[in-house]
Unconditional design. Structure first.
Length: 495
């Protein structure tokens, strides 16, 4: 046993008993026998200490003046005293009126020894019992730990058994799934082989038919005439044209790239350095987009003319719907076709940028909620168009996304999603200006391939010469064609 201090060690050794050490080393059965013997000894000694008298007694009577003997007191108890007191009384001079009677000798002169033996026996048995109880209390702690350990081990064994069962079941499921996939792959391979064989047979048949047609066309010709005919056919074909291209489209003088930089849209025409961009066609497209009720995302690389297209879109909305409520959130201090002068442009710049954006989106949300309260379809049809223009939105959303919606006081992604899905039924829509095809930059968390089908996309790209070098900005269009963000099916790549 380890002691905390020297004082503790000295006290423990001073309280140590050799008898208790021998008692601790004895088996449990021997301990119980010793405790039983001590208890029996205590009972035996106690019984002997209880019985008999410890001293001899002399009974006597008192002779009254009337010559009568009085032997009992008022409580009817016989007059008596110990032999020693009787003798001492005689030495001092006992009156003659005291008449001795019977003398009773002590029946249990060792009564104190029996009482001490009973006390010692009971004390030792109690000491041993208390010590045994303390030992049992200490042992019970370890027994409880051992029992809990056994239960935990049993639970672990049961869990391992269940895990083995689960593992076997999982392996069986994986094997079954692998067998199913293998069978499906084999069937797919067989179908592909059959399709390839079928296509091969069709091509062989076409070749045979072409050979037969060529033989029919050159029937009666000499070898020299056949050679001249083949050379003529080769010169008439245009091997570098796709299915939708024609000689006229290739030789069209408008299909050329000239100029130095893109010019902004005028009031009624659109001019571009790309000569095949007909201003009337662009205006017609934007006019159709302005008249429709869906929201639009304008995507283009820097320098492709997004600001020009945005202004033309605003102009087309104003032309088609003169009473339209157009509100702009922008970084640049542009006029936006006079909307800035009309107080409809909110700037996202400086220390008040976040506060301005909050005021802008909360106002949009209020308009949206007020329109939701309309019950009749006729009232909805009479609503004037409400258009939200988000210019250079990638820059604005990047700063807003750094702050949690609960700290912003509004969730612009939720507001835009409501306008995209439900707002179109209440003559509300938005026009967002992006620098890439990453539509998640709009801030709508629910934006997926199905949601993108609702959002109208306008992709910008151009090519021009500047400072003697050719510059192209077709990154967004190339990403849309080569990736699956916009064209999700392989059949859509053929155009």
């Amino acid at each position: 046993m380890e002691f905390l201090t020297n004082v503790y060690s000295e006290i423990e050794r001073s309280q140590k008993s050799d008898l208790m050490d021998k008692f601790d080393k004895s088996p449990f059965d021997m301990k119980m026998v010793l405790i039983g013997l001590a208890l029996v000894s205590g009972i035996f000694c106690g019984a002997n200490a209880w019985r008999g008298e410890i001293s001899s007694r002399q009974f006597f009577c008192i002779q009254t003046p009337k010559e009568e003997l009085r032997c009992y007191d008022q409580n009817n108890r016989h007059f008596r005293m110990t032999r020693w007191h009787w003798e001492e009384w005689g030495k001092e001079g006992r009156p003659t009126t005291i008449i001795p009677q019977d003398y009773v000798k002590a029946s249990n002169p060792y009564k104190p020894y029996w009482a001490f033996g009973a006390f010692a026996s009971f004390a030792v048995s109690g000491w041993w019992l208390r010590h045994l109880q303390d030992r049992e209390r200490k042992i019970s702690v370890f027994e409880d730990i051992e029992q809990k350990t056994a239960i935990a081990q049993a639970e672990m064994v049961a869990k391992l058994s269940l895990m083995d069962t689960y593992a076997k079941l999982a392996l069986a499921e994986v094997e079954l799934q692998a067998d199913l996939e293998l069978t499906a792959n084999n069937r797919t391979v067989d179908l592909q082989r059959a399709e390839i064989l079928g296509e091969t047979e069709v091509e062989v048949t076409k070749l045979d038919a072409q050979d037969a047609l060529f033989e029919a066309q050159t029937a009666g010709m000499s070898e020299e005439e056949k050679r001249q005919y083949i050379e003529f056919v080769r010169q008439q074909k245009t091997p570098y044209l796709s299915g939708t291209q024609t000689i006229d489209s290739v030789t069209n003088p408008k299909d050329k790239v000239e100029g130095t930089e893109i010019q902004p849209l005028a009031e009624s025409t659109i001019t571009s350095n790309d000569k095949n961009s007909d201003p009337s066609v662009v205006s017609e497209i934007l006019g159709r987009v302005a008249r429709e009720d869906g929201s639009t995302a304008l995507c283009g690389d820097p320098g492709t003319g997004k600001s020009t297209i945005t202004r033309e879109y605003i102009r087309q909305v104003s032309l088609n719907c003169p009473n339209a409520d157009i509100r702009v959130l922008a970084v640049k201090n542009d006029s936006f076709c006079g909307l800035r002068e009309a107080g409809r442009v909110t700037r996202f710049i400086g220390d008040a940028a976040i506060a301005n954006a909050k005021q802008f989106f909360l106002a949009v949300r209020d308009v949206y909620r007020s329109r939701l309260e309309l019950e009749s379809l006729e009232e909805r049809k009479k609503l004037k168009p409400f258009v939200v223009i988000l210019d250079d939105w990638l820059t604005i959303s990047a700063k807003l996304n750094k702050i949690k919606p609960e700290n912003l006081g509004f969730d612009f992604g939720e507001i835009l999603f409501d306008i995209l899905i439900i707002g179109r039924e209440y003559n509300m829509k938005f026009f967002v200006n992006l620098h890439s095809l990453n539509l998640k930059a709009i801030g709508i968390k629910e934006m997926d391939q199905n949601t993108r089908k609702i959002l109208r996309l306008l992709l910008l790209g151009n090519r021009y010469r500047q400072d003697g070098r050719e510059i192209d900005a077709y990154g967004v269009i190339e990403q849309a064609i080569m990736g699956n963000q916009v064209i999700t099916h392989e059949d859509g790549f053929v155009a």
